[in-house]
Design a protein around this ligand. Structure first.
Ligand code: FRU
Length: 492
């Protein structure tokens, strides 16, 4: 179905109750609903927003179009958790219900001021002629969970030198000063990030552009996030418009980072050794991080991409968030590990196998695709190993992971896995490692996603998959003797 503009921007309150009942029925009948990922009840989810630990619990919101699996009038949906594992529904977090956000409550972030939870987000406004005006709005959470918006917006319209692509404020505080970093497009159609400062988080002054020495790097940067890990400054952002380069930049849009040396907030100078993609999988975008009470930097992302069709579109819903991950820096690169709290999801250990592989070993699985797997391979014999997941009994369909010590590459391939989609961007992705004598894979499989953590976070592959019924077995293959250790936990 093609959605008209009028349908995409029709208010949630202008839809009869029956509309949502029928839509929810359709969604509930989907075979691809996730078991332990955050996903929308109906409609489309995109960026994580307002991620923060406040007053004893985690608050997480996401961009949400309730009415169907398309991008339209965006709301924020709200979930909370005490452990990053079990999430409680809090209903709609933010409605696009004023003249300053009439065409969408776009992405933004959470922060604490005077002991109260605040957010700053982009109010998207369209004129009759469909000209866009972005506004940056600050709001404060009330006792009942709704937000009081401070209007007129803290930053109204577009400053000189930029286009209407000006959005996604991420706020942080240093001593008594609040800062916000926003994604922007210069009038020459190059992407950048700008920084604002404020003493009260209400009236903001443009400080300037963050300089990461990439003056012509894509046409727009979305969802910038600037934070410190181990005394080093990291800028994480989602640039649009990068061309594929070897194994890199294969998705329609990218997410990556630079790590700064001796960052000076005053000069906005972030000297760094270049841009690195954060994830090597098919579906990863628009990250957001938050700090945990014990000082960990936790990341979550949209497990999807803009301007792409997904198989669940016909079921009335689209997308989910990634598992929460802990960020770190190792050898000058960002690493991502699943947060330790996720061990709470384990219900039983279904496989524990140590041995030598030559040829193929298959493990038939009962039940649903909802498990965690740890595999360690000793590759000193230099033989390639393929791990097949979601394999059918005839061993014809699978999601494969090939670890090849001769090229030092790990390649994932979803060309024979379930319902094909996104094929115009290719069906394989590769990541090159420096060293490959031993490789460990830590994998989380849910009904319609695979998240692979390589070598304790050195690399990750994050992807959606839509396996057909019966595609659930696991097998390992290698032409030469390879020692392995495999553990599987069923997840609740
Ligand atoms: C990224 C993005 C943001 C914007 C939001 C709108 O996916 O385009 O830049 O705020 O989605 O939903």
């Amino acid at each position: 179905k093609e959605w008209t503009r009028a349908e995409r921007y029709k208010k949630i309150t202008d839809h009869p109750e029956e509309y949502f009942v029928a839509l929810a029925e359709k969604v509930d009948a989907s075979a691809f609903r996730q078991h332990y990922h955050i996903q929308p009840h109906t409609g489309l989810l995109n960026d994580p927003n307002g991620f923060i630990h406040f007053d004893g619990k985690w608050h997480l919101f996401y961009q949400w179009f309730p009415m169907g699996p398309v991008h339209g009038l965006k709301h924020w949906y709200h979930v909370t958790s005490t452990d990053l594992v079990h999430w409680q529904d809090e209903g709609i977090g933010l409605l696009p219900d004023t003249a300053y956000d009439s065409h969408g409550a776009y992405s933004g972030s959470g922060f604490v001021k005077d002991g109260q939870l605040h957010i700053m987000y982009t109010g998207n406004v369209r004129s009759k002629e469909w000209e866009r005006t972005p506004n940056q709005i600050v709001a404060r959470m009330q006792a009942d969970g709704s937000f009081e918006k401070f209007l007129p917006p803290a930053i109204q319209g577009i400053p000189e030198g930029y286009t209407d692509h000006f959005r996604d404020p991420k706020v942080w505080k240093v001593e008594d000063t609040y800062y916000a970093i926003l994604g922007a497009q210069r009038t020459d159609e190059t992407g950048t990030a700008v920084v604002y400062e404020s003493a009260d988080a209400l009236s903001w002054k443009l400080k300037g552009e963050l300089d990461i020495q990439l003056p012509d790097f894509g046409y727009m940067w979305e969802c910038p996030d600037l934070f410190e890990i181990d005394g080093q400054m990291v800028l994480l952002f989602s640039p649009q418009g990068l061309e594929p380069e070897g194994d890199h930049y294969q998705n329609i849009f990218q997410t990556g980072y630079v790590i700064g040396k001796d960052f000076q907030l005053d000069s906005l100078d972030l000297e760094n050794d270049g841009f690195h993609e954060l994830d090597a999988g098919f579906d990863f975008y628009a990250t957001q991080t938050a700090e945990s009470p014990d000082g960990r930097r936790i990341l979550t992302a949209w497990m999807g991409l803009p301007e792409m069709a997904y198989p669940t579109d016909r079921e009335g819903w689209a997308h989910c968030l990634t598992l929460p991950r802990e960020l770190g820096i190792r050898n000058g690169r960002l690493i991502q590990r699943p947060v330790r709290e996720l061990e709470e999801l384990r219900t039983s250990k279904s496989i524990a196998e140590e041995g030598t592989l030559k040829g193929k070993i298959a493990f038939e699985r009962e039940g649903r695709n909802s498990y965690e797997m740890k595999l360690t391979l000793d590759l000193s014999e230099q033989a390639p190993v393929t791990v097949n997941l979601c394999e059918d009994d005839d061993q014809e369909n699978r999601f494969s992971i090939t670890i090849d010590p001769t090229t030092k590459k790990i390649t994932i391939d979803r060309s024979a896995c379930g319902i094909p989609f996104g094929e115009e961007y290719g069906t394989a992705r590769s990541l090159r490692l420096e060293e490959m004598d031993q490789v460990s894979l830590h994998i989380f499989v849910d009904t319609s996603s695979i998240e692979i953590f390589v070598n304790d976070g050195e690399g990750t592959f994050t992807s959606r998959i839509f396996p057909n019924e019966g595609e659930k077995n696991i097998s390992l293959e290698s032409p030469e003797k390879t020692t392995f250790n495999l553990e599987i936990w069923e997840l609740g």
